[in-house]
Write a protein that binds this ligand. Structure first.
Ligand SMILES: [Zn+2]
Length: 178
């Protein structure tokens, strides 16, 4: 389907390059991530080759019904307790996130979370679904899973009350405004 190019306050035309990866679903928010942020997440995920690591996706939403969900920043969940195949967000994780948003990214929304699945592929486990339903229940909130061993990644979003996999748009930095 042709992507809507623009909505109030946001336009894909402002980016040097914007390419869609995977399936973009009609009527669902379009996930846009800045390429540099995706690179930062992939690099961070390399530290999660043997144990799970995770973090948070920050940015803004644009348009009615969140036409665009734009990921502009990533904040690693440094306080998270990590086991071999599970990740726990503690009270400190959330306190740190709130502080970081206030101090470094004021006004930005928590759009979702990211975590690694070292060697076991892209999906949301029952426990991941619990985390998503519990902490990221808003219609625009997404999950990103990265497998640093298989070098795969995938987004998940709310569609029709369920969390389903989805494609995304990778966008190179906005052109400076004249
Ligand atoms: Zn998981």
């Amino acid at each position: 389907m042709p992507l809507p190019a623009a909505t109030d306050g946001f336009s894909l035309a402002d980016f040097k390059v914007a390419r869609a990866i995977g399936s973009i679903y009609k009527g669902a928010p379009i996930v846009v991530i800045h390429e540099s942020v995706l690179e930062q997440i992939i690099e961070y995920s390399e530290t999660g080759r043997t144990r799970e690591v995770g973090g948070f996706l920050l940015g803004g939403t644009y348009g009615e019904d969140h036409t665009f969900v734009v990921v502009r920043h990533f904040h690693p969940a440094i306080q998270a307790v990590s086991g071999g195949a599970s990740l726990t967000f503690t009270h400190e994780t959330w306190a740190d996130l709130t502080r970081q948003v206030e101090q470094r990214h004021p006004g930005e929304l928590v759009l979702g979370w990211q975590h690694t699945h070292p060697g076991f592929g892209i999906f949301l486990s029952g426990y991941d679904m619990f985390i998503h339903r519990h902490f990221f229940p808003q219609p625009h909130q997404v999950a990103l899973v990265v497998d640093p061993q298989r070098q795969e990644l995938g987004f998940f979003q709310w569609r029709e009350g369920e969390v389903k996999d989805c494609g995304f748009v990778c966008a190179e930095e906005p052109l400076p405004h004249a």
